[in-house]
Design a protein around this ligand. Sequence first.
Ligand SMILES: [Zn+2]
Length: 347
Amino acid sequence: MPVGTQATIKGMTIEHVLATGAEMVLSNTYHLALRPGHEVVRKLGGLHGMMRWEGPILTDSGGFQIFSLGDLNKVTERAATFKSHFDGRVIVLTPEHSIEIQEALGSDIAMVLDHVVALPNTNEVITDALARSIRWAKRCLDAATRDDQARFAIVQGGLDETLRVQCARELATMDFEGFAVGGLSVGEPPPEMYRITAATTPELPVDKPRYLMGVGTPIDLLESIARGIDLFDCVMPTRNGRNAMAFTSHGNIKIRNAVHREDTRPLDAECPCLACKHSRGYLRHLFITDEMLGPILLTIHNLTYYQRLLAGARVAISEDRYEAFVIDYRFQQARSKKTADDSPDVL
Ligand SMILES: [Zn+2]
C-alpha cells in the first residue's frame, strides 16, 4: 500500500497511483482527525469521495502516530492522552473514538487502537502494553457499527517471541477480518524483525490477511513474504523518491549525483513508468533546479518498482519458485553494488 497520510499520495494524482499498479492505499487517522477533522472528511464524501480512489483504503488507528509524533502525556486503561504535534491541543483518544473516527473517514479496513511502546524496553512495560492492546482490541470490536468496514487486530509484544505468540493467540480467538504485526521496523536490526515475524505468523489464521506495518525496504518485503506476510505499507518508495533516490532492479540510484549529468539512459530500462521515458540526465536536472516534476517522477518510478517487484513475487509464489526468486533478487542487487552509485554529490 502506498502511504497517503493526508488523503493524498504526495505529488500523485489518482491516475498516477493507479498506473503504478497499486490496488490499495493507506491513510493516517491521526493526521486526518486533526486536519481537516473526520467530520469534514465525512461531509466531503469520506476518503473515497475526497480522493476519488475506488479501491480499498486502510486507515491506521492513530496509535503509532501518537507514539511517534504526538507529545504523549499518558496512557491509562481508558485512553491515550497526548498533545497534537502541530497546535499543542490536548487530545484524548479512546479505542471507541478511534473506531468512530475511522468510520467517519469511511475506510474499508480500520485498525484497532494499540498501546505502542518504545523498544528496547523492560519486560514489565512491554507486557503491560500488550495486555492493554488486547483489551483495547476487544473494545474496538464492540464499538464498531459499520458492517461495510473490516477490522484488523495488531499483534504487539516487542522482540519477545513468547509474548508475540501469546498476543497472537489471544487476538486470533476474536472476530477480526485480518491481523497485523505491529511495533516492528522501529530501529531494530532486520534479522530481529524477521525472527519476530516468523514466530508470529504461524499463530494467525491462514485464511485471513497478515499485514506487517510500516515495512520496509524491498528485501524486507521479500523476506517477510517468505515468513507469511501478505500486506505492507511504507513511506520508503515515496519519501525516497521525493529525496532523489530511485530503486531499480540494478541497485539504488541517487539521481542528484554528477555522474548522471549527461546520462541518456533511463533509470531502469525494464520499467514502463513515466519517469523511465526520460533520461537520467534530465531527471537530475529537474532535481538540481528544484522543479516539482523531479519528485513527482521519482515517486511514480519508485511506486512502480515496488508494485512490479511484488507482482513478480506473486507470480513466483503461484509457480512454486519463490525461494529462487528471492535468491535471484539478492544476486542482482549484490552484483550491481560493484557499480554502485555512491559517488559524492556534486551540484
Ligand atoms: Zn520507472
